[in-house]
Design a protein around this ligand. Structure first.
Ligand code: PMP
Length: 357
């Protein structure tokens, strides 16, 4: 039996896509071989690579001013790739809104001055600093933000106004709501939440930022090299790219990012409204900054949290344990989480609340 899987990543996938993968797994497009068995230079795979790229461009309305790269190493590798490629004058600004934002800043500091221009650490990352009040560094090479904070359940609803290019880690929010790619210098995201199995990392980079990497930048981390080679400089994560292509097609058929955004807003509102009216469960994130994707919540005690997680798991509601930095529970309700899954969670929470008053 399939369960409703609230994992923060790798996370639940659209069932239709999984079935398609299953159907085509042994014989992809009448080639007589699995997608996992063929050369990345073969025509069928090159078509997959090109189609995935074109579909992502279409879904996010990405202009020719940007290169779309499929790379490896996860978002964590981008914490280094970004400064290696973009920190040309040696200074960049970072807004630290969580664990991963902090890691990105620490990695940046290995290659130059990585200023923390704002942080929400004072309140355990339960809010996003007011971007209009931030003083950015003159001449900074970029301003790094984490659009959605997976562990703490916050998201930016407004971008900083700065002349430096904005670099955004969108690992846990890419394709969940409409964005204007032209507002960014670079966007990166690991696939394993809203897109595909882990393995591929998406990079969308403005072309005028290419080719300025540090002399010691590893070849594999050079955006210019990846762009010049259509992300096929070496063997790419073929299977992840293939599944990403299927997810992009699936999302397009659903009506694209606008349509999924409406569904995501609906799902998140159902859950937050329930929590806000509950006498047992609370979410302590600043309301205006609440994530549409990751919803942390607690009961009044760690014992009750553990009981909730145990009983929820027994009832087909999986992977609800919160991250260790926050404790309690976290429901990750990415694009592929059906509305029924959120409703099932709420019904279970209602029952648990009655039984544990
Ligand atoms: N950034 C964010 C916002 C994340 O949620 C994660 C992973 N949960 C990472 C970065 C690290 O990603 P990866 O494991 O792909 O390196």
């Amino acid at each position: 039996m399939r369960v409703y899987n609230f994992s923060a990543g790798p996370s639940t996938m659209p069932l239709e896509v999984l079935k398609e993968v299953q159907k085509d797994f042994l014989d992809f497009n009448n080639t007589g071989m699995s997608i996992t068995e063929m050369s990345h230079r073969s025509k069928p795979f090159m078509e997959v690579n090109d189609t995935a790229n074109a579909l992502l461009r279409e879904l996010l309305n990405i202009s020719d001013d940007y290169a779309v790269l499929f790379v490896q190493g996860g978002a964590s590798q981008q914490f280094a790739a970004v400064p290696l490629n973009l920190m040309t004058s040696g200074v960049a600004d970072y807004i630290v809104t969580g664990n991963f934002a902090g890691k990105a800043q620490q990695e940046g500091a290995k290659y130059g001055t990585a200023n923390i221009v704002a942080s929400s650490k004072d309140k355990n990352f339960t809010y996003i600093p007011d971007v209009d009040k931030i003083k950015f560094t003159d001449g900074a090479d970029y301003v790094h933000i984490t659009s959605n904070n997976t562990i703490f359940g916050t998201r930016y609803t407004k971008l900083p106004k700065t002349s430096a290019p904005i670099v955004a880690d969108m690992s846990s929010s890419i394709l969940s709501e409409q964005i204007n790619v032209n507002d960014y210098g670079l966007i990166y995201a690991g696939a394993q939440k809203n897109i595909a199995p882990s393995g591929v990392t998406i990079v969308i980079v403005r072309k005028d930022l290419l080719g300025k990497e540090k002399s010691f930048c590893p070849t594999m981390l050079s955006y210019a090299v990846q762009a010049k080679n259509d992300s096929l400089y070496n063997t790419p994560p073929c299977f992840s790219i293939y599944v990403a292509m299927l997810v992009f097609k699936h999302l397009k058929n659903l009506g694209g990012v606008k349509a999924i955004q409406e569904i995501n807003q609906y799902k998140a509102k159902l859950l937050y409204d329930f929590i806000d009216n509950s006498s047992l469960f609370t979410n302590n994130v600043n309301k205006a900054d609440r994530s549409l994707m990751n919803v942390p919540f607690v009961t009044p005690s760690a014992e009750l949290d553990a009981k909730f997680i145990k009983e929820a798991t027994e009832n087909g509601l999986a992977s609800l344990k919160g991250h260790k930095l926050v404790g309690g529970m976290r429901a990750s309700i990415y694009n592929a989480m059906p509305i029924e899954g959120v409703k099932a969670l709420i019904e279970f929470m209602k029952k648990f609340e009655l039984e544990n008053k």
